[in-house]
Ligand binder design. Structure first.
Ligand code: 13P
Ligand code: SF4
Length: 304
């Protein structure tokens, strides 16, 4: 039985030997965040993957994130330490379903949330993340947009842009467990703490929040000097980074139930095995990757 210090030392040695980088999402377990070369939100991780030039990318997140990295960094081998780490929202739509929607609503551009499969990205015109969804939709000249698969993010974008959004009824089961009363209770206990929530939350929840932000946006918001306490409406994993980077500030998670079980599948043991065996490699067929890459690159061309 190895302890975490031994495992970390072996991970670091193998990383060097194999010219690997470890990219980590803000929702990962604390010990996984602590060994990452870079910790960030979906947009920041996609940008890093595109820029790294590393031979091997160990992606500590869920499948669609590793797949996005594999598409935009074709020169790197991308591995996901647990092949079962998926995103239920991404699996709520497939390419055939999106094609049917496009047939019913011809002529409308398709914006796909990055939480989607490569096949769905390949059928879409432009991708977005929670950090840039409003900007991406605003950049389009059209007044009517097809937005898949997150209905709540789509609803938020509609509110912010005034455009007519045709939704797909997908949602994140983790964020759907956050309810307005969770925020309101914490606000009455901590009247000076602003509440930030993720746009994957229900509209009733975003309605009672002070700010609606991506996980990267929350990290930056918490760094503001005027913030001494914060109510945090997203997956619990982000609390580790918020507390680590802001000693002395207080962070109140809105619900202990806001845990993404898929994000928690990645452990230090599995990262070590992934580096030793270079599995599980994430790959996308060339035809799909070429089309999906255009969708992602159109997004990356829009400056944050
Ligand atoms: P961010 O891009 O804000 O990190 O969100 C990713 C995600 O999966 C939220 O559930
Ligand atoms: Fe998918 Fe929700 Fe988990 Fe994010 S938190 S990866 S949207 S299931």
């Amino acid at each position: 039985m190895q302890n975490n210090t031994d495992i970390t030392a072996r991970i670091n040695a193998l990383k060097k030997e194999k010219n690997a980088v470890i990219l980590v999402h803000n929702y990962q377990l604390g010990e996984v965040q602590d060994i990452g070369d870079f910790v960030g939100d979906s947009l920041e991780l996609a940008q890093k993957a595109a820029a790294t030039g590393a031979k091997l990318i160990v992606f500590c997140g869920v499948h669609f994130m590793a797949e996005t990295a594999a598409i935009i960094a074709p020169g790197s081998k991308v591995i996901l330490p647990d092949s079962h780490a998926g995103c239920p929202m991404a699996d709520m739509i497939d390419a055939a379903g999106l094609r049917r929607m496009k047939d019913e609503l011809p002529g409308r551009p398709v914006v796909c949330y990055v939480n989607s499969t490569a096949e769905v990205k390949a059928e879409s015109d432009i991708c977005c993340t929670s950090a840039n969804a409003v900007k991406v939709v605003s950049s389009l000249p059209d007044d009517e947009i097809i937005f898949v698969p997150d209905q709540y993010l789509g609803y938020y974008v509609q509110q912010q842009t005034g455009k007519h959004i045709h939704f797909w009824p997908g949602y994140c089961p983790t964020h759907a467990r956050i309810l307005p009363e969770h925020i309101l209770e914490l606000k009455s206990e901590h009247p000076n703490a602003p509440a930030v929530v993720h746009p994957e939350c229900r509209p009733e929840v975003t309605a009672v929040a002070d700010e609606v932000l991506s996980t990267g946006g929350m990290i930056r918001f918490a760094q503001r000097p005027e913030i001494s306490e914060l109510i945090v409406g997203t997956e619990m994993g982000i609390i580790h980074r918020l507390r680590k980077e802001n000693p002395g500030k207080r962070f109140y998670p809105v619900s202990e139930q806001a845990v993404c079980p898929n994000m928690k599948l990645i452990t230090l043991d599995k990262i070590l095995t992934a580096l030793e065996t270079e599995s599980h490699a994430v790959s996308v067929t060339e035809e799909i990757a070429d089309r999906a890459r255009l969708t992602i690159e159109r997004m990356l061309a829009i400056k944050a």
